[in-house]
Design a protein around this ligand. Structure first.
Ligand code: ATP
Ligand code: MG
Length: 393
């Protein structure tokens, strides 16, 4: 067993010694069998949250209303969730109520896909009620139980299916794929933030071609914000994107450039996806830079404006758009510029005012003009030269 499980064994043993059942569940079990590195180890138990809390010194109520308590042990947190059965859904998302149960079987039944419905005992023994091991072996994504019902209960599962297809390089079985096609429109009921998480994971996955193709064939793409006008662009991405991009910034840069959005169109697009303002600002820059790189080369001013932090993302997306990989030469060029960022400019607004320039909007414009001249090598980055330049114009 991987180290992560070995470290967590005493936690399961403590719960079991108190007379309850406890298992490792979810992605960590799946990924261990696949031989992938695991991130977080999740636990499912027959003990109720208050029972768990009485067994451990340090716990955090991370989702007590859903039955989740985090157990802190040797500096690691274990999300521990009481067995649940989710029965009544009225709005195609989250269950109306969570019912705690004492049966593992009930808990595994409510899970989305067979590969995610495996449980593992403390000694490594696997409990496989839905032939999840066979599906893992055959690289298949299959809904637990009746696929139609499962997507009707929770429409986010459809995005999870296409996301796992990309992350794991798995095929969605025909019956499950057909159920997604039948229920795709229910994705519109899901909070955009939750769809966003899955889309990002899809585009950062191992085989985004798969996930994108599944989104196109099932119609899921139509229920993603602002995707409606971009079917050909999505199709061409599905044909060409042979590996996932490396970051969330790269995901949005990829979409905005692939959709050929103008700078003015980037912000509303991203707002509809409910991304952060910080992300919008970054993508305004990377998107412009990637487009320029795809069209030809980048002048020093645009290179400087993009900066070291974002140039690799812009270059990465330009490569997807068909440009050569120029990361080394771009970073070398950036490093050779007279300044790397605005605060390295040898003059400030205060200096300009001391030189007799009135405060106001034109002061900012003069500073930016000086910055441009320094970056492009027209003026040396020295205070006297800059003051002379500013006062002559
Ligand atoms: P990841 O590697 O992305 O964390 P994961 O499978 O662990 O993948 P989580 O979102 O962490 O995914 O969920 C943990 C487990 O909870 C899943 O493996 C699955 O059993 C169950 N699960 C999560 N979301 C749903 C859902 N919408 N419907 C049913 N079961 C779900
Ligand atoms: Mg997980």
């Amino acid at each position: 067993l991987p180290q992560e499980f070995e470290l967590a064994r005493p936690v399961l043993q403590t719960i079991e010694q108190a007379g309850y059942e406890a298992y490792f569940v979810g992605g960590s079990v799946r990924d261990t069998i696949l031989g992938k590195t695991i991130h977080d180890v999740d636990i499912a138990t027959s003990a109720y949250p208050n029972e768990i809390k009485s067994l451990f010194k340090r716990t955090v109520d991370t989702g007590i209303e859903h039955g989740t308590v985090m157990i802190l042990d040797h500096g690691t947190g274990y999300e521990t969730t009481t067995f649940r059965s989710e029965s009544t859904y009225t709005d195609f998302r989250r269950p109306d109520q969570v019912t705690f149960v004492r049966s593992l079987t009930e808990d595994l039944k409510r899970r989305d896909f067979t590969i995610n419905a495996l449980a593992m005992r403390e000694n490594g023994e696997i409990i496989d009620l839905f032939d999840g091991l066979a599906d893992l072996q055959n690289k298949q994504i299959r809904a637990v139980g009746n696929a139609q019902e499962r997507f009707h209960e929770d429409a986010l599962r459809m995005m999870r299916a296409v996301r796992f297809a990309s992350q794991l390089d798995f095929t969605i079985v025909p019956d499950t794929l057909a159920a997604i096609t039948a229920h795709a429109q229910l994705l519109a009921k899901i909070a955009v933030e939750r769809t966003q998480v899955e889309l990002i994971k899809l585009l950062m996955g191992q085989t985004p071609q798969r996930g994108l193709t599944d989104m196109l064939t099932t119609g899921l793409w139509q229920y993603c914000p602002d995707f409606a006008a971009h079917e050909p662009a999505l199709q061409s991405l599905a044909d060409r994107l042979t590996q996932g991009v490396s970051s969330e910034t790269a995901v949005w840069t990829l979409l905005t450039t692939q959709f050929a959005l103008s700078p003015a169109a980037v912000t509303p697009f991203m707002k509809h996806w409910k991304t952060s303002n910080q992300m919008i600002n970054a993508v305004q820059t990377t998107s412009k830079t990637a487009t320029l790189l795809a069209q030809g080369d980048l002048d020093d001013w645009h290179l400087y404006q993009c900066g070291r932090e974002l140039i690799s993302e812009a270059n990465e997306v330009a490569v997807v758009l068909g440009a050569p990989d120029r990361l080394t030469s771009l970073t070398d060029r950036l490093a050779a510029l007279p300044i790397q960022r605005k605060k390295e400019l040898a003059i400030t607004g205060r200096d300009l005012m001391q030189a007799g320039i009135q405060p106001g909007p034109q002061l900012g414009a003069i500073l930016e003009d000086l910055e441009y001249r320094v970056v492009t090598g027209a003026v040396a980055n020295e205070k006297s030269a800059l003051v002379a330049q500013a006062t002559q114009s």
